[in-house]
Design a protein around this ligand. Structure first.
Ligand code: PEP
Ligand code: MN
Length: 358
């Protein structure tokens, strides 16, 4: 259920409605919009009891949300969610496209710095790198753990790039959240409900990757798990699904971008690296992703991909990344977007890695 407040409702009236909802035993999720605030109601098993919500001061109407996902849906919030990063001008979901680039794994300090320097020089605003890696084989490189997180915080300090890194499990989530600007939840964890809920209790943006065989509804329900706990800053990421096609590692399902945008206000990025698994397919699919209306790209870049400890064959060279940025810049205006190059970081913000800048 959804309580739509009148355009002129005061903060006190909104608070009173939230208190009333909680008194009924539900959870209230105020979602401020450009015109008015809507308050999502969750926590009800069946149809929620309307009580006398309609009579409360400042309430315009109480409506039923029929979709299984509620907080993620445009029924609750019509306008696109724009995620901001305190102390910087970077956004995800606004007019400016968000580019997240970096290696699959942080392998060592020199490797990470070499790549970060090059993606920063091309204008990326976000640096990705795995410190905890979900690997198919237990014998494959599992990531540097805390050392990897520390390297990334040094990269933020030196280059100003905002950091995206994966939390693999409940145990590492809080540590990752301390260092990351965006917490990635990987495809294999898209339905790890306890991890989703725990991430929902944090106040840090979460980049949620689509599961290997997830439907649109399952994907949005996973986002809903995070939002239902009060964290509304979810960034979706299409990274390809399993099909019978064998010319690529996965099939990058670009049609999910307009499908998501029709029903949800959440931003969606596209990952052409895991989506194809092949370096020569990454650039063409990145172009297509921007053309289809994605809010940005997450891409693996490595300066020596032949030596990479994970995902070398799909990692593009820094020079290819530079070209990708130029191409995206040219496509952007056609879809009424722009490509910001680099980001402005307020003095005193760069080096803090413990979330106090948020
Ligand atoms: C990654 O981004 O390196 C990764 C492991 O992605 P996914 O969860 O999409 O496989
Ligand atoms: Mn990878």
């Amino acid at each position: 259920m959804l309580v739509v407040m009148k355009a002129q409702a005061t903060p006190e009236e909104i608070q009173a409605v939230c208190d009333h909802i909680e008194l009924l035993g539900y959870r209230a999720h105020p979602m401020p919009g450009a015109q008015r605030t809507a308050i999502g109601i969750t926590g009800n098993q069946g149809e929620a009891d309307r009580g006398n919500l309609e009579e409360l001061s400042g309430v315009a109407e109480v409506i039923r949300v029929s979709k299984a996902y509620k907080l993620a849906s445009r029924d609750v919030k019509e306008e696109d969610t724009i995620i901001r990063f305190a102390g910087t001008d970077a956004t995800i979901g606004g007019r400016g496209l968000a580019i997240v680039a970096g290696p699959c794994s942080i392998e060592n300090r020199d490797q990470a710095f070499a790549i970060a320097g090059q993606v920063a020089a091309s204008g990326a605003q976000f640096f990705r790198g795995g410190a905890y890696k979900p690997r198919t084989s237990p014998y494959a490189f599992q990531g540097l753990g805390l050392d990897g997180l520390i390297i990334m915080s040094e990269i933020r300090e030196k280059f100003g790039l905002r950091i995206v890194t994966e939390a693999l499990d409940n145990e590492s989530l809080e540590l990752v959240a301390e260092y990351a600007d965006i917490i990635q939840i990987g495809a294999r964890n898209m339905q790890n409900f306890s991890l989703l809920k725990k991430a929902g209790r944090l106040r840090k943006p979460v980049l949620l990757k689509r599961g290997l065989s997830a439907t649109l509804e399952e994907f949005l329900m996973a986002a809903e798990y995070i939002m239902s706990e009060g964290n509304y800053e979810v960034i979706l990421c299409e990274r390809g699904v399993r099909t019978f096609a064998d010319h690529a590692r996965n099939t990058l399902d670009l049609s999910i971008v307009p499908a998501v945008q029709r029903v949800s206000h959440l931003p969606i990025l596209v990952d052409p690296s895991h989506g194809t698994g092949k370096r020569d397919q990454v650039l063409p699919m990145a172009r297509a992703a921007i053309a289809v209306g994605a809010d940005g790209i997450l891409v693996e870049v490595h300066h020596q991909p032949e030596k990479a400890l994970s995902d070398g064959p799909q990692s593009i060279y820094p020079a290819q990344f530079a070209r990708m940025m130029d191409e995206i810049e040219q496509i952007a205006p056609i879809v009424e977007r722009s490509l910001p190059r680099g980001l402005h970081v307020d003095a005193g913000v760069t080096g803090v890695h413990d979330g106090r800048t948020k």
